[in-house]
Every structure is written in C-alpha cells, then in structure tokens.
Design a protein around this ligand. Structure first.
Ligand code: NAP
Length: 327
C-alpha cells in the first residue's frame, strides 16, 4: 500500500509529481490559513507531511499523528516546527537551504534600495497624479554607495547580501556565532558584536534564524543604539524585532525607516506600521521566484521521499533521529 502524504498547500508541479510517484497525496487547502486543529484532522493517518512556514507544528499536533515518520519543510527556516518533540518521537525533519539564498538576498537589497531612495513613496506620488515636475529640493534621499552595511547573522543569506554590496563600495560589519574568513578576506568584512554593529551601520540587515535566543533580538534598547539616519531591514523572521518598539522608533524619528518582508504576527501587522512613508512592506516574498520555488519543491519532495523510505533526508535538521536504532 502507498504511504499517505499530507501536503499542506500545493507546491510547484515538479515537486507534486515526485510526491505523487511516492505516495497517495492529500492536499490540506488551496490557499489561506490552515488552522492547527484542521491540519491535524486533515493529516490524520499520514506517514509524511510537507508544510510551509505558515503551518506551525506543535507537540499537540504530533500527538494526533502517530503514524508520522517525517516532516519536510518548504523553506529553510524551521522555527515553526517543534523539532525537539519530533526528535523525541523519531520523526525526521528536513528543510530547503541554499536554493533560496540568492532570491532572499535580492529581496533584502530591494528593500535597502527602496528605503534609501524612497522608491515606494515616489511611485505613490506618480500614481496620485500630483507630481508637478522636477524640483531641486524634492525627494531628497539617503545615498547607499560608501555607506556601512551591518549584517546580523552572516550565514548563507547574510553572506550573500554582503557579496552583493561589492558594487556599492560599502564597508561591512557582521555578527555570527563563528568567524566567516571568506567574507573577511574577499570583502574586508569585520566581525563585531551587535552593539558595535548597530552603532555604526547605516543599513542593518537581519539574517539570523528565529529561536528562543533570537526572539526580540532587536527591541527598544537595540533600536536606540542605531544612528538616527540608519534603516533596519528584516527578511529573516518577524519576531526577531519587537514590532511595537519598531513602530515607536519610526514614529519618534529615532531611526530613518525600515524595510520588512516578515512580521511578528503574520499575516497581521502591528497598528501604526502602515502609517509611515519611510516604512516599506513586502508580503513575505523572500524566496518568491518561480525558479527558486521549483528548486525548493524538488528539494522538499526528495527530502520527504527519503524519510518515507526510512532514510536520513539530504537536508536533515535532526540527524540524530537516523543515528538511533529504529523501534
Ligand atoms: P544560516 O546559513 O543558518 O545563517 C544564520 C546565521 O545566523 C549564521 O551566521 C549563524 O551563525 C547566525 N546565528 C544563528 N543563531 C544565532 C544566535 N542565536 N545568535 C546570533 N547569531 C546566530 O541561515 P540562512 O540560510 O542564511 O537563513 C537565515 C534565515 O532567513 C532563516 O532561518 C529563515 O528564517 C530566513 N529566511 C526568510 C526568507 C523569506 O522568505 N523572507 C527566505 C529564506 C530564509 P553561525 O554561522 O556562526 O552559526
């Protein structure tokens, strides 16, 4: 009998085909929010599950899915999955690193440039029909060339954002748990602590994973360390920033503005966030190019197929599951 695979939401066809060849695929919903109770009911009896960052997988859900062997995440960030609980239950967890690195770094750069050069504000003015022509003192913005870039979490995506800065001639400061000789050697990047980075960067770009340690990494105190002329960019995970503290800092002009792709309580926004022209907002589109999503679909499907067969998946988050003898 073919194993039952629960797919939270449809993914690109290349991935769907791989899953259909490996099992009986049941899809949760076409789009929108799949609430936890609903997910647990619909996924009942499944052996493998493929989820997106929009479906939190808690221990309570796992308890209702005793036949589950593996969870494949359609994304690199797996903060929404209780990995420790999965490991205790012998359930493998896998993700999709690398294939989305460049796409997400591009979005960080889109936000850096949009914030600095007031791109969205300018577009709104043009559409309003109120533009009255070129003026020497209108729409003055912040330059990017030669300014300091601060990368918080110079892993795959953070390092890629740093590399893309080469053409902008930017001094780079970064944080990471371990030194990154490659970007130090090739880009002259300097590893510093977070207060040093916040005090010196003109653009602070966040790239650390969300965990209990990094939740609210940027709060009122950290925002107060930033230059008044600096922007903060978040393409990692919303809860890294205390969103209310961010609204307050922008409102009080304690920072120059921000560019966000991710939010503390997606899909809701903290009241006030949409009130400022120097806040640029995107709907969590970091990995959102068709090429990237197709690569993610293949990688996520390959991971799931391996787990269904009892093998360690190519991109395993909890390899210890496969080191233990299976009961
Ligand atoms: P990665 O390669 O693992 O890089 C993470 C970086 O953060 C590393 O430099 C790591 O340091 C550092 N770090 C980890 N935990 C830390 C901690 N507790 N304190 C300080 N630094 C810490 O991950 P990635 O592939 O670049 O992805 C980063 C994040 O981007 C993902 O977790 C995901 O949440 C987010 N993301 C968002 C989108 C989107 O659609 N907007 C798309 C893709 C990814 P070490 O290198 O020293 O370990």
């Amino acid at each position: 009998m073919k194993p039952m695979i629960f797919l939270a939401k449809p993914i690109p066809e290349v991935g769907m085909k791989l899953l259909q060849a490996a099992g009986e695929v049941k899809t949760g919903i076409a789009r929108g929010t799949l609430f936890p109770d609903d997910l647990a009911t619909r996924a009942g009896g499944c052996t493998g599950m493929l989820v997106t960052p929009a479906e939190p997988i808690s221990e309570a859900i796992l308890q209702k899915l005793p036949t589950l062997k593996g969870i494949s995440n359609f994304g690199v960030g797996y903060n929404h999955i209780d990995v420790a609980a999965c490991t205790r239950r012998g359930i493998g967890v896998a993700n999709t690193p690398d294939v989305l690195t460049a796409a997400t770094a591009e979005v960080a750069w889109a936000l850096i440039l949009a914030c600095a050069r007031r791109v969205v504000e300018g577009d709104r003015l043009m559409r309003s029909g109120k533009w009255a022509g070129w003026e020497p003192m209108d729409f003055l913005a912040s330059p990017v060339v030669g300014k300091t870039l601060g990368i918080v979490g110079a892993g795959r995506i953070g390092s890629c954002v740093a590399k893309m800065a080469a053409g902008f001639d930017m001094p780079i400061r970064y944080t990471a748990r371990s030194p990154k000789p490659e970007i130090e050697m090739h880009l002259g990047a300097r590893r510093v602590d977070l207060p040093n980075l916040l005090a010196n960067a003109d653009f602070v770009s966040l790239h650390v994973p969300l965990s209990t340690e990094t939740r609210h990494l940027i709060g009122e105190r950290e925002l107060a360390m930033m230059k008044r002329s600096a922007f903060i960019i978040n393409t990692a995970r919303g809860p890294l920033i205390d969103e209310q503290a961010l609204v307050n800092a922008v409102r009080d002009k304690r920072i120059a503005g921000c560019g966000l792709d991710v939010y503390e309580n997606e899909p809701s926004l903290t009241p006030g966030l949409i009130d400022f022209p120097n806040v640029v907002l995107l709907p969590h589109v970091g990995s959102g190019t068709l090429e990237t999503r197709e690569k993610m679909a293949v990688m996520a499907a390959d991971n799931l197929v391996a787990m269904l067969q009892g093998h360690r998946p190519p991109h395993c988050v909890n390899p210890e599951v496969y080191d233990q003898p299976r009961i």
